[in-house]
Design a protein around this ligand. Sequence first.
Ligand code: PLP
Length: 411
Amino acid sequence: MSAPRHAPMDQFPVRDGELLVGSLPLSRLAARVGSGGPFYAYDRTLISARVARLRSALPRAVKLHYAVKANPMPALVCHVAGMVDGLDVASGGELRTALDTGMDPAAISFAGPGKSDGELQQAVAAGILVNVESFRELPLLAQAGDRLGLPARVAVRVNPDFELKSSGMKMGGGPRQFGVDAEKVPELLEEIRRRGLAFEGFHIYSGSQNLRAEAVCEAQAKAVDLALDLARTADLPIRTLNVGGGFGIPYFPGDAPLDLAPVGANLEGLLSRVKAAHADAEVVVELGRYLVGEAGIYVCRVVDRKVSRGLVHLVTDGGLHHHLAASGNFGQVIRKNYPVAIGNRLGEGEPREIASVVGPLCTPLDLLAERMELPVARPGDLVVIFQSGAYGLTASPRGFLSHPGPVEVLV
Ligand SMILES: *Cc1c(COP(=O)(O)O)cnc(C)c1O
């Protein structure tokens, strides 16, 4: 059997041996960016196409929300906001970004453990929905509501009693810092009622980066079961039910894209179950990575080409301080290579070799590709890391070693 390969990164066309991003040849885009250093480029056309594909695969009544933490670049969030039904934020800073887009505050929600008193007040003042993750938040929300003379809108983020199978990053099931354990939710709902908070529904999110449709379907079905159960017991109407997302994208050799068709069919059935019990309920799918991950690349330049004991090292001006995830240090257990290319040597006839791509930091962790087959590259060439539109710069320790930060552009 041959070694597993990366899925083809054919979302970006190639012309005359060069990658095209937003119809611009990469070298011209680098010149247009103008910083002379590494940059992230996000292609707005690809983001739009991805939203359109989701819309056609999912039932029309399902609401599509963007999880801002995947990529909070303001111009990108603005672009996405124009196409989705809502935005989900995880901090007061993200909330400001979301409000700046002009999105209706009624369609913005805020989840996250450890929301500060200030953030809770900010959320009530903005009129957004707070996904409550702790008993502690209730009196603070009630006080903020009284002070501002506004209703505090709440949903309950439930830590379910099941896990999302084969998820890249589990965020529900077992003991967690996220949400309120399912078995404690009845008591929480009682207190919400007692404090007169405006209850709107549930948020049940069990994990991220799932490439298996059956696992996504199962998690969403169990989320619906649990929510209907909790609402029945408490005799409360559901107006919004966020069943999470967790749709993955192919990063590593052997990864295949998620098949949306069964997910859409499954949601169709879930939607009618929810509507049968709660006619006014909206079902929300909340996605970050799936909306923007494949539309972004990280670009850095080869500074040096060193051969150490027979292995070529392409030393670049970019590294883990800009792109922690590609270095394998953002939640990977066994390090695997992201899809990487030499963006100005994509022609057929380029000689190839095995090389490692590294950054300028003084740590062996600063590795962008390990022993990968690549075209023979020289100083000045442009290294491209695909699948970098989500959890790239925002999830990186950019202060580490005091190098200049990268630029971000939306093209
Ligand atoms: C991070 C997060 C998401 C987005 O996850 P992706 O894998 O990027 O789609 C959705 N919902 C919540 C609550 C999150 O914390």
